[in-house]
Design a protein around this ligand. Structure first.
Ligand SMILES: [Ca+2]
Ligand SMILES: [Ca+2]
Ligand SMILES: [Ca+2]
Ligand SMILES: [Ca+2]
Length: 323
């Protein structure tokens, strides 16, 4: 079991380090290209803009995401068409896992600025970040209850990854899972009735749901082929978007909240991960490596009009679409 746990944590680090390596290599290639082309000017090469006219004019809300600046990730926001890119954290440590509060006024996120992973809440303009976990263990992946009074998160404070809830001021911590396997990536349904999460307790990672008190555990993917990971609820809580490698590499899928009617939305040999449903239910943001480095994309919920909205040579990912 220890091996399994270590393997899962290594998977998380692998993703992190793989991104770092890719960003480093693409930076190197970019520099080489500049040298060989005689450095026509000092401006950073910019990927060609993709015409966004296919996106629905009704695209609304703001997408929070993580992007590398210099060496480590910061939490950014942008409009769903990629405009208005703004760094909210401006911090030399790692800042990631952004999660919008339901009213769009706050963003919870993970940062190691105080020496280990903690969950912070800041205002939507980046001001007043507050550490609400203050625990020597890793505390990561915050997700808000629909009324904004509670936050579910993952932590290894009891020896392995488990799902917990707490009040949004950090008080009232309640442990929901009790399993030696890793329980990770919680996502609270917008109707408040379920918390979905990822666990490898059955050997491969599966999407489970449970009631917010930890009862009613249900494996809803129940598919031994590949890994199932990284979940987002539809606004009406009737569907779940997730990433899975069941068809050979990570793709974005949607399914009913009971695990039926699975539909694949991406079909690309690169990894497509981290889906996040738009507040109007019409689109899904996600992260993909298809253009050579990690970028944030949006698509319609039928998989059409997949559009790169970051077009930035550094890492861009972990989108979270808020009001
Ligand atoms: Ca901590
Ligand atoms: Ca566990
Ligand atoms: Ca893919
Ligand atoms: Ca990028």
């Amino acid at each position: 079991m220890r091996t399994t746990i270590r393997t899962m944590n290594m998977v998380k680090w692998y993703i992190h380090l793989f991104r770092k390596f890719f960003n480093f290599m693409s930076g190197l290639l970019l520099m080489t290209g500049i040298l060989f082309t005689g450095c026509e000017n000092n401006s950073t090469p910019v990927a060609p803009r993709i015409d966004n006219h296919e996106l629905k004019a009704s695209s609304s809300g703001v997408i929070a995401f993580a992007s590398d600046v210099n060496t480590e990730e910061d939490v950014f926001i942008m409009n769903p068409d990629g405009t208005g890119r703004t760094n909210l954290t401006n911090d030399s440590s790692v800042n990631f896992d952004p999660s919008w509060s339901p009213d769009g006024k706050k963003i919870a996120f993970t940062s190691n600025r105080d020496g280990n992973s903690e969950i912070y809440i800041m205002n939507a303009d980046g001001s007043n970040p507050v550490n609400i976990t203050n625990n020597a263990a890793d505390d990561e992946v915050p997700t808000w209850s629909p009324h904004g009074r509670q936050i579910a998160f993952e932590s290894n404070r009891d020896g392995n990854r488990e799902i917990y809830t707490m009040n949004s001021d950090g008080t009232g911590i309640t442990r929901l899972t009790f399993n030696p396997a890793d329980d990770m990536y919680p996502s609270w349904s917008p109707d408040g009735r379920k918390i979905a999460f990822i666990t490898n307790r059955d050997g491969n990672t599966e999407v489970y749901t449970m009631n917010p008190d930890g009862t009613g555990l249900t494996n809803i993917t129940n598919n031994s082929a590949g890994e199932n990971s990284l979940i987002s609820w539809s606004p009406h809580s009737d569907q779940i978007a997730f990433a899975s490698s069941r068809d050979g590499n990570m793709e974005i899928y949607i399914m009913n909240a009971d695990g039926t009617a699975i539909t694949r939305l991406t079909n690309n040999s690169a990894d497509d991960i981290y889906p996040s449903w738009s507040p109007d239910g019409r689109q899904i943001a996600f992260e993909s490596l298809r253009d050579g480095n990690w970028e944030v994309y949006v698509m319609n919920v039928d998989g059409s009009a997949q559009t790169n909205i970051t077009n930035n040579p550094d890492f861009d990912g972990i989108p979270n679409w808020g009001k």
